[in-house]
Design a binder for this molecule. Structure first.
Ligand SMILES: *Cc1c(COP(=O)(O)O)cnc(C)c1O
Length: 389
């Protein structure tokens, strides 16, 4: 294996998914497993299905198509409003989609009729985060129009918070969603199967003391993959926070002066380097460069191993203060990733994606004996997220 790689531990992802499916299931909430940060990875999707999610969700029709092509035949939901221009592909490959525009639902209806299929629609309601959603006052008209369309079945309503404005899911906005569901059922004499309360940011509310009302579905990505909730990025009890790590190789390791010299202007990515005269004036530090950069990862979202500090990143170089342990050229350094770092690394063609599975014989143990001895840390250790291997 050469070049930077994401190591994706499928057993840990399955564990995280199982725990959340079970805890939420006991509260009457089913889970849609969201694969978008994994680019619709078939390997991850299989683990989520095995863990008991009732549907897979992805924001890109391309990812859903790829999962279908790989033979996954479970229920799939497109969780971003379909593009008008993609309505036919959506009907062909997704069972359901989250919607907030009547013009799109009409196009889905036409495509569904054309294909002799029925497409399920969940109407998204705007509850304050100001991303997608129909305003509550316009919901009745949207329901009426949706119910009248052939080839379309209204499965329910949903909302999405904490993405655009960081609005926190709480008893106020969730109770409003429940009230809206009740009102629609009464006014139109229908039953809504799904009331989808939101994403990983809803977990604090779901596990808290508030009554859950009508909410019976959450769409979970980050919490399953990274073991954290997105509002304060706190670790979720009992979940692995290191199911996915980034491994990159040292390409330079030297003891260098602590401060740059020469006239200082802007760096490759903007602001001038501030010369730091605060701490003790060391003459030199051990600096290591690893062969990964902003084209591959969001450096702000990496957690370096203990004793290492990230000093900066340019397109292709990540510069580390290596503290007292200057690694050798060729050594590998393992980083924890946050959601932003994960998304960019998954999307970079330069970062290999390596799946680890605990099925015997399914993967070769790493040649480096230290790496092979890497124990499954318990959750507390896993929170550190990173180690030098
Ligand atoms: C991304 C997304 C999710 C999943 O969000 P996580 O924070 O990763 O759990 C759920 N719903 C919608 C509409 C999304 O766009």
């Amino acid at each position: 294996m050469s070049g930077p790689r994401l190591e994706i531990d499928l057993g840990r992802i399955r564990h995280n998914a199982c725990v959340l499916v079970e805890r939420l299931g006991s509260l009457g909430i089913e889970v849609t497993g969201v694969t978008k940060a994994m680019l619709g990875s078939v390997e991850v999707a299989r683990e989520l299905m095995a863990a008991g999610v009732t549907s897979l969700g992805d924001s890109r029709i391309e990812n859903i198509e790829a999962m279908r092509t790989a033979g996954l035949d479970g229920h799939m939901t497109l969780i971003r409003s379909p593009m008008l221009s993609q309505a036919d592909r959506v009907v062909a490959h997704a069972d359901a989609s989250l919607n907030s525009e009547l013009a799109v639902i009409e196009a889905l209806s036409a495509a569904a009729c054309h294909r002799g299929r029925v497409h399920a629609v969940v109407l998204m309601v705007e509850l304050g985060d100001l991303r997608e959603g129909i305003l509550a006052g316009d919901l009745d008209d949207a329901v009426r129009a949706t119910l009248a369309l052939p080839g379309i079945v209204l499965r329910g309503i949903g909302t999405n918070l904490a993405c655009q404005s960081g609005v926190t899911p709480d008893h106020r906005n969730m109770d409003e969603l429940s009230r809206l569901a009740d009102a629609i059922e009464e006014r139109f004499a229908i039953a809504l199967d799904v009331v989808s309360g939101g994403n990983s940011a809803n977990l604090g509310w779901a596990f808290g003391p508030s009554p859950l009302g009508r909410v019976n579905n959450l769409r979970l990505g980050e919490s399953i993959l990274l073991g954290v909730e997105p509002l304060r990025r706190q670790c979720i009890d009992g979940l692995f926070t290191d199911a996915i790590t980034l491994v990159a190789e040292v390409i330079e390791a030297k003891t260098k002066p602590t401060q740059p010299w020469g006239e200082i202007n802007q760096t490759a990515f903007g602001s001038a380097t501030a010369i730091d005269n605060s701490g003790p004036q060391l003459a030199s530090t051990s600096r290591a460069i690893v062969g990964v950069g902003r084209q591959d990862v969001d450096a702000d979202g990496l957690t370096p191993p203990k004793g290492f500090t990230i000093l900066g990143a340019s397109s292709d170089h990540l510069v580390l203060d290596a503290g007292r342990h200057l690694p050798v050229v060729g050594a590998e350094v393992r980083f924890g990733v946050d959601y932003s770092a994960l998304l960019r690394a998954m999307t970079s063609p330069y970062v290999a994606k390596v799946y680890l599975t605990d099925k015997p014989g399914a993967w070769d143990p790493p040649a480096n004996p230290q790496a092979a001895m890497r124990d499954r840390p318990d959750t507390a250790e896993a929170a550190d997220g990173a180690s030098l291997i």
